[in-house]
Structures are given as C-alpha cells and as structure tokens.
Write a protein that binds this ligand. Structure first.
Ligand code: INI
Length: 167
C-alpha cells in the first residue's frame, strides 16, 4: 500500500515568521491582517509569531533568508504588493524578489511562502487582498502551516528510520 505523507492545518506547534513590506501599505496591511487572523484561527500561538517590516518588496528576500537561517521558525511568510502601474521597474522588482524568495527557501531548507501580490492595477491588488476567502495573506498563512507540519512529518519519519537502523 502507498504511504502518503502530508501536512495539516493544525498550527499549534508552529513557529511562524512574517516579512511584510511597507510599500503599498494600503494593500500589505490587508494581507498582514488576514494572515494573522488565519494563523490565530488555525491555532498558532501569539508568542510563536514574529513580524518583520521592510521598506519594499525588493528587500523581502534578504530578511526572509535571515529569519529562515535563524532556525527559530518552522516557516516564513512573505507579504508585499508590487503594482505595475506605479513603477517602470515592476519586472525587475518582481523577478528578483520572487527568485530571491525561492532561493532563500532552497538554501535554508525552511519553507518560505510567496504571499506577494503582483498586480497590474491597485484595484486588482485590493481585490486579491479582500475577505478571508479571497486574500493572498490568508492563503499564505494556510500554506505556511501546511508546509511547516509537512516538514515535521518528514523529519519525524527520518528520525524513526535512523533509530530503526541503529537498533
Ligand atoms: N516596492 C514594492 O513593494 N511595490 C512596488 O510597487 C514598488 N514600486 O512600485 O516601485 C516598490 N518599490 C520599492 C522597492 O521594492 C525597493 O524598496 C526600492 O527599490 C529600494 O531598494
């Protein structure tokens, strides 16, 4: 029979770091509120959540990597909003930011969740940071818990296997 390993939405043992950018705060505050609400709803303890603010999306990967490298978090959530209409360098910021976030996760082995909105207009960004069913912050929070719990399942499996080999 196949073995299926998967995470859950039980956040009670999870330690979560959040990196949120201040640029386009009218959107990122909505992402942050929704992410925090969801983490609480899924049982993550207040003391196990840390929020770090950075100026813009371009700065997110550096801090995400720093938090992941500290080993104090089971997952890190990145929240930001890059809006095309507002910058000629939309593509540079989005590309480097997303590449940096992925790289930080691969380098550290800690799940780093991409909760940054890239939108063509402010309206689009507001739409994707609306109620709990349509908010990228809430989605990112759920993904962080699912990935954190999945990593624990895999690590426990490896520990059991090591114990088995030694006996
Ligand atoms: N940062 C954002 O997070 N979103 C944007 O839409 C944006 N625009 O439009 O320029 C933006 N720029 C700032 C950038 O992320 C850096 O903070 C800045 O370039 C300093 O490194």
């Amino acid at each position: 029979m196949q073995k299926i390993k998967e995470g859950s939405l039980d956040g009670k043992e999870c330690r979560i770091g959040i990196v949120v950018s201040n640029f386009n705060e009218f959107v990122t505050s909505r992402l942050l509120n929704s992410a925090l609400e969801t983490l609480h709803k899924e049982g993550v303890e207040e003391d196990n959540i840390e929020v770090v603010r950075v100026p813009g999306a371009f700065e997110i990967p550096l801090l995400a990597k720093q938090l992941a490298r500290s080993r104090q978090y089971d997952a890190v959530i990145c929240l930001g909003a890059v809006i095309r209409g507002e910058t000629p360098h939309f593509d540079y910021i989005s590309t480097e930011m997303s590449r940096g976030i992925a790289q930080a996760s691969w380098d550290t082995g800690i799940p780093i969740v991409f909760g940054v909105l890239t939108a063509n207009t402010a309206e689009q960004a507001l739409e994707r940071s609306g109620g709990p069913e349509k908010n990228r912050g809430a989605d990112a929070a759920r993904t962080a818990i699912e990935m954190a719990t999945l990593m624990k399942v895999l690590q426990d499996g490896e520990r059991n296997l090591t114990g088995f080999r030694q006996s």
